[in-house]
Design a protein around this ligand. Sequence first.
Ligand code: ADE
Length: 269
Amino acid sequence: MNFHVLTLFPEMIENGMNTSITGRAIGSGLLTLEAINIRDFAYNKHNKVDDYTYGGGAGMLMQAEPVYLAYESVEKRIGYRPRVVYLTPQGQVFHQSMARELAREQDLVFLCGHYEGIDERVLEEIVTDYVSIGDYVLTGGELPAMVMMDSISRMVPGVLNNQASGETESFAGNLLEYPQYSRPEIWHGKKVPDVLLSGHHGNVEKWRREQSICRTFLRRPDLLKKADLTNQEWNMVRQWKKQSKERLKAQLSEQQEAMQKERETDENS
Ligand code: ADE
């Protein structure tokens, strides 16, 4: 996988990516990374790449030409039109299946905006994918690009030591990962669940699966709807739903009773 990042802050990308697992993968050649400074393609003597917006409005806009020339330098070198991801809060929200799909590409270009954004005309010409990493606004596209490259890298064969890999972890099959424990057996009075110490592989697997489903039910019920569960597992979820409804109902009627008692005491005083 070859990552090409068009940015005004190449050192931010290089420092972030040349660290930890992605850094090791770059070192071993499984990934390549080039951070291309858009400013190197400025066509004026002051290396200026931004200007005022037509029609008025606050802030500056990145101009089309330097961005286009930076992109073109990549296209010429690799000899074909690659997918170009523009990081923007207006894009489709990034998720695991998008990472899996993008990991199949040979080259990926990430375009990082700054200031108030980038001249629309160059976006129309080069961008293939508009992607947001969530519904909040950041100061630039560098962090989102690094978030995407990190999760895409995990899908590249050989990048993770343990090639059971990304797919068995959180979000695989739309279930969250089960809780995990390491030594010591008791910490702050909390004991590791007995089943994990039992050495019974079948029971461990069963417990983990149930924990994954339960965790997803409690923390991300939206994901659970898309999960691939057996009929027996769906029954278990229905049971939990019923129990939590009953618990809520009980809490509600307790509250109502307490309020009623308060009113009665007020009336009698
Ligand atoms: N640029 C600024 N905010 C962003 C976000 N949430 N996702 C992607 N790119 C961005």
